[in-house]
Design a protein around this ligand. Structure first.
Ligand SMILES: Cc1cc2nc3c(=O)[nH]c(=O)nc-3n(C[C@H](O)[C@H](O)[C@H](O)COP(=O)(O)O)c2cc1C
Length: 223
């Protein structure tokens, strides 16, 4: 598979088959992805992989969280995923992708409990057979966070090459204490995001979601 095809075919997958992803394949992809560039070659990414029994153990813990059993430290988010009062055109983009997904699921705007129930699947890694968490040292700032993005996209494209699907997940910002304790991370690390890893369930409605992009004239100009 060439890079253009991987870029074109990659999509955020939120429904997976039971097929396992070999741990060796995941580790090989991660090692290859570490060729991603980073300012000053800091390579600020730190990763923990969940697979097999460990993944099931974590999912069981998260079911407790979702049932209301809180982490003693409170799981206070360490960063805001979006700016408060998101302005246009960002606001509409965010709204549209949500509406498109819920339309595919047949969940209308007034069915709040069903929407929440669907969103909660994030916290089971959408039942993917594997997942990862990406951390960064607290001292790092926006340039290093941008490096994490390059690293994560490289991972997702390399997974595509292997026929493996993924979904980056910032939603985990809601459970930093739970994730960091489970992953036994050093105190200086903070959680950036998670990623679900597995094989797309083609029969699931959300697997048909083809997200829109702005037209080049809305973000691109040749001077
Ligand atoms: C850093 C990052 C975090 C994301 N967090 C979530 C998430 O928590 N839950 C989710 O369902 N999708 C999440 N997404 C997926 C985006 O919604 C998705 O990339 C976007 O709508 C474009 O769709 P596409 O990936 O299918 O092209 C995230 C994507 C990125 C890059």
């Amino acid at each position: 598979m060439d890079v253009s095809t991987a870029v074109e075919q990659r999509m955020s997958v939120r429904a997976f088959t039971d097929q396992q992803v070999e741990l060796d394949v995941i580790l090989e992809v991660l090692e290859k992805a570490s060729r991603a560039p980073s300012g000053g070659n800091l390579q600020p990414w730190r990763v923990k992989v969940l697979h097999g029994d460990k993944m099931e153990e974590f999912r069981a813990l998260m079911r407790q969280r979702l049932a209301g059993v809180r982490h003693p430290d409170g799981d206070r988010p360490e960063y805001s995923v979006y700016p408060p009062k998101l302005k246009e055109p960002y606001r509409s983009s965010r709204f549209e992708v949500g509406e498109e997904m819920y339309a595919l699921l047949g969940i209308s705007r007034d069915e709040k409990p069903k929407r929440l129930e669907w969103f909660a699947k994030n916290y089971q890694f959408f039942d993917a057979p594997a997942g990862l968490f990406c951390f960064v040292d607290h001292i790092m700032g926006p340039p290093q966070w941008a490096d994490l993005g390059m690293f994560l996209q490289t991972i997702m494209l390399l997974f595509q090459e292997q026929g493996i699907d993924s979904c980056a997940q910032e939603c985990w910002v809601t459970y930093p204490d739970t994730v960091e304790e489970f992953c036994n991370t050093p105190p200086e690390w903070m959680l950036f995001c998670g990623m679900a890893i597995g094989y797309k369930d083609q029969s699931h409605p959300t697997s048909q979601l083809r997200t829109k992009r702005l037209a080049p004239e809305d973000w691109l100009e040749v001077l």
